[in-house]
Design a protein around this ligand. Structure first.
Ligand code: KIV
Length: 266
């Protein structure tokens, strides 16, 4: 299988071939997903909630991101690796944005970065695309704006919000982004944006009419506890499978039935 580049991602939209994206935070999961022909591995700042046990993504640092990006890059062969720029890594100045995005590429080994925001970050997106750092946009429900949004709420329900999100999508495209994530928006709006833009849209909680889909891998695998948002399809319940295996291990250790000779050196 051939290495996927941002040119392939655009070609997939042009050919009407849907794009698959999943988050990954470590090497073994990256290796498995890559082997299943996932097009894009996103090292999301959702690492904060999903892996680090934080309440939201705001405390995630550049060091956290670099640590996980490096691990994912080591595990993949063909997928495009996109790294999230964490909160405050691109909002303070264009200089800091360039340096931090550059570090995710140069030190981390990612091939693109993702930035939350639309018209408000058009200058940041442009500053990065101008120096050949491929950028994915992210509009709609943007988790780094949790305090402005008053929680994780579907965006774009009112007409004025729909117009604002369309303007955001067009700003992202104008700034040279190669794709844009549409998160938590009505399916009809996601369809309108997808039809209007020439770059691919990748939806999460945005209906079926985007050019691609993304989900958080722990949600897909049933490793997120009891909470399951409406847009998540859980393809397997790994938590139950892990519990069964670990309970068996604990019982065998306590009973002295593990390790047997088979698992011992002569
Ligand atoms: O951080 C993340 O996982 C994301 C996806 C949900 C799009 O941004």
């Amino acid at each position: 299988m051939k290495k996927i580049t941002i040119l392939d991602i655009q070609r997939f939209k042009d050919e009407g071939r849907k794009i698959s994206m999943l988050t990954a935070y470590d090497c073994p999961i990256a290796r498995i997903l890559d082997g299943c022909n996932v097009d894009i591995l996103l090292v999301g700042d959702s690492v904060g909630n999903v892996i680090m046990g934080l309440d939201n993504t705001l405390p995630v640092t550049m060091d956290d991101m670099l640590h996980h990006v490096k691990a994912v890059v080591r595990g993949r062969k063909q997928a495009l690796v996109v790294a999230d720029m964490p909160f405050l890594s691109y909002q303070v100045s264009l200089e800091e944005a360039r340096r931090n995005a550059g570090l995710l590429i140069k030190e981390g080994g990612a091939e693109a970065v993702k930035i939350e925001g639309g018209e408000n970050v058009e200058d940041v997106l442009q500053a990065l695309t101008t120096i050949d750092i491929p950028v994915m946009g992210h509009i709609g429900l943007t988790p780094q704006s949790i305090h402005r949004m008053g929680g994780y709420k579907v965006q774009g329900k009112e007409e004025h919000q729909r117009q604002k999100l369309m303007a955001d999508a067009q700003a992202v495209e104008r700034a040279g982004a190669f794709a844009v994530v549409l998160e938590g928006v009505p399916a009809s709006l996601a369809r309108e944006i997808t039809e209007k833009l020439t770059i691919p849209t990748i939806g999460i909680g945005a209906g079926a009419n985007c050019d691609g889909q993304v989900l958080v891998i722990n949600d897909v695998l049933g490793l997120s506890g009891k909470f399951r948002p409406k847009f998540v399809k859980q393809y397997v319940q790994l938590e139950d499978i892990i519990k069964k295996a670990v309970t068996e291990y604990v019982d065998e250790v306590q009973a002295g039935t593990f390790p047997t000779e088979e698992f011992s050196f002569k």
